[in-house]
Design a protein around this ligand. Sequence first.
Ligand SMILES: Cc1ncc(COP(=O)(O)O)c(C=O)c1O
Length: 419
Amino acid sequence: MADLFDKIYKDKGPLGKWSEVAEGYFVFPKLEGPISNRMKFRGQDVITWSVNDYLGLANHPEVRKVDAEAAAEWGSAYPMGARMMSGHTSLHEKLQEELASFVSKEAAYLLNFGYQGMVSTIDALVSKKDVIVYDVDAHACIIDGVRLHLGQRFTYKHNDMESIEKNLQRAEKIAEQTGGGILVISEGVFGMRGEQGKLKEIVALKEKYNFRLLVDDAHGFGTLGKTGAGAGEEQGVQDQIDVYFATFAKSLASTGAFIAGDQEIMDYLKYNLRSQMFAKSLQMQLVIGALKRLEMLRTMPELKEKLWENVNALQNGLKDSGFDIGTTQSCVTPVYLKGSIPEAMALVNDLRENHGIFCSIVVYPVIPKGMILLRLIPTATHTLEDVEITLTAFSAIRERLENGTYRRLSAGVAEAMEK
Ligand SMILES: Cc1ncc(COP(=O)(O)O)c(C=O)c1O
């Protein structure tokens, strides 16, 4: 018999195995200073393209004031206990009502964290008889929610309508035998590549198949649609989304999340969401802070307009300079380059140290071997000057990537990695 920790001593896991070369720089970097377009990394000013503060609310003076006042009035403990037992307040209800009305749903329910809330929502919506059909590129919180499911589940190829239909047919056969139903799960915006989920096409399938649709709109909420109500509003199908989910961790620049839908379904979830029934209620500071942020989202369309001015300038600039930004249909801006992991590391080092640009880097196994994905998140706090500097830097690093500079610089690392 092995010691439980033996495997941990031998293998730190797919990401952990890079910790010695990556930690503190490529992973677990420390970005310092107020959250904005310019922050500090290892003491140096950098243009920050890696923070999902889409509307620039994180450090907005009005938001900071309300957050500080709420903390002074309530502290960080209030309310104590789970909503069901002792942690319920009128302000929690008020926030739910306002969120529901904003996303055009009858009711909403608060979640302490998006990740846990999504896991729990999936768990509460399905029973063993039901079948889940979900996009293969779904976020980890969806995958982990599906893992709890005791019945059948099928993935469909990313945003592929033929594949979703094929899987709906398989699901229908099983549901007919078990007497269960079908839950389809998509994202409103897929956070890595920036594509929107094909919600319009998916809801059109409701005419042929009997299913309910759950949408994780973490990146769409606040950024897409006329009012900022997200990908469903953008695609004109918000009313066809049966359970709408968004987190406060992006456009609302805070912590917490919510689900919204028909009153009866939300009433059911209120009594069956284990992540909320068995966890302390969202603290008051976050509730009051979310009310303020939502009010700003509703009343300050200029924030979303500025965001999109920056998104368009950055995405058009990259395309005009010949960069491959894939098929993004959102603020998420991926830049695909070809190169090895050591080359990607040398390239990001150059970007940060010599050009003052901080963006996230994604490599194999998240994307295919030999590809480098630099992921940029524009926000309303960026300026067109930030975009110009970044475009110039990107042209410079592409040249160095193509002329083999990074291959030479990273030869030592490549050798060490092969060992
Ligand atoms: C698509 C998506 N869903 C869910 C979450 C989890 O939300 P939270 O950070 O509130 O746990 C994230 C990340 O924040 C996300 O990108």
